[in-house]
Design a protein around this ligand. Structure first.
Ligand SMILES: NC(=O)c1ccc[n+]([C@@H]2O[C@H](COP(=O)([O-])OP(=O)(O)OC[C@H]3O[C@@H](n4cnc5c(N)ncnc54)[C@H](OP(=O)(O)O)[C@@H]3O)[C@@H](O)[C@H]2O)c1
Length: 248
């Protein structure tokens, strides 16, 4: 396997915690330049400072992925600073699961805005650059819930199924531009994600599942490295992984 990570410019949304943060650390360690986006700019800045102090190249840009203009600014800042954009990881997301009859309509809207539209805005921000470069790699984050639906997960699962549909459509369309597309579907990984569940009974069930089976966030980062580090003519389209102990 070729290295194929050193020197790449990687934009990561949702880099202030969890999977995005772990991936920023691993990619920076392996020589990528990282552009970090999320709303909590203090977390982003301290991560960028830490990576820079360790000899890496990192920048932090306040980004709300529900705003197309701000996602574009994140990508354009990466291009202005580092000269190009090789990879975007559309990772920002939230999971406020609840049964439909609780009518948590604001949470449905939020999941659709962040988990689906946020991914689309990331795609929109990089495509012009990648088409011009005739190279690039778009990595979208789905979930086991993008493959399966359970009680309470209808809307979250719908958003994650949508991410897979978008990724497959994108894969077919970007062939002429030599762009690679990967969708990664993790199982339970220990992050702040369960804190986004607002219904106490659902939160308790999910916290217990995560406590029992969740694996560390670097599991996801290694999946990203696997996809990125393939030779440029190899396109890893889907990765689905779970904790070994996870049944669902
Ligand atoms: N952990 C798991 O078990 C698991 C399993 C399957 C899929 N996933 C997916 O993995 C992705 C990352 O989640 P995580 O597990 O790392 O959870 P996390 O620790 O809660 O991280 C979520 C990230 O998304 C960012 N974010 C949320 N809303 C945003 C917005 N409007 N604009 C910009 N950034 C926003 C958060 O940053 P700010 O709050 O600073 O904006 C944070 O950096 C999500 O798409 C999630 O659905 C996770």
């Amino acid at each position: 396997m070729s290295d194929n990570i050193k020197g790449k410019v990687v934009v990561i949304t949702g880099a202030s915690s969890g999977l995005g943060e772990a991936t920023a650390r691993l990619l920076s360690l392996q020589g990528a330049s990282v552009a970090l986006g999320a709303r909590r700019v203090d977390c982003l800045k301290s991560l960028a400072d830490e990576l820079t102090r360790s000899g890496g190249k990192a920048l932090a840009v306040t980004t709300d992925v529900t705003r197309c203009d701000l996602v574009k600014k994140l990508v354009d800042t990466a291009v202005q600073t580092f000269g190009r954009v090789d990879v975007i990881i559309n990772n920002a997301g939230l999971m406020p699961q609840s049964p439909l009859d609780r009518l948590k309509i604001a949470e449905w809207d939020r999941m659709i805005d962040v988990n689906i539209k946020g991914v689309l805005y990331g795609i929109a921000a990089v495509l012009p650059h990648m088409k011009q470069q005739k190279s690039g790699h778009i990595i979208n984050v789905s979930s086991v819930a993008g493959h399966k639906v359970g009680p309470g997960s209808a809307v979250y699962s719908a958003t994650k199924h949508a991410v897979r549909a978008l990724s497959e459509g994108l894969r077919q369309e970007v062939k002429p531009y030599n762009i690679r597309t990967t969708v990664i579907s993790p199982g339970a990984v220990a992050t702040e994600l369960p804190n986004t569940v607002s219904e106490p009974d659902v939160a308790e069930r999910i916290q217990k599942l995560y406590k029992d089976v969740a694996i560390p966030a670097d599991s996801f980062a290694r999946a990203v490295v696997f996809a990125m580090s393939q030779p440029e003519n190899v396109d890893i389209n889907e990765i689905l992984f779970r904790p070994t102990r996870q049944e669902y």
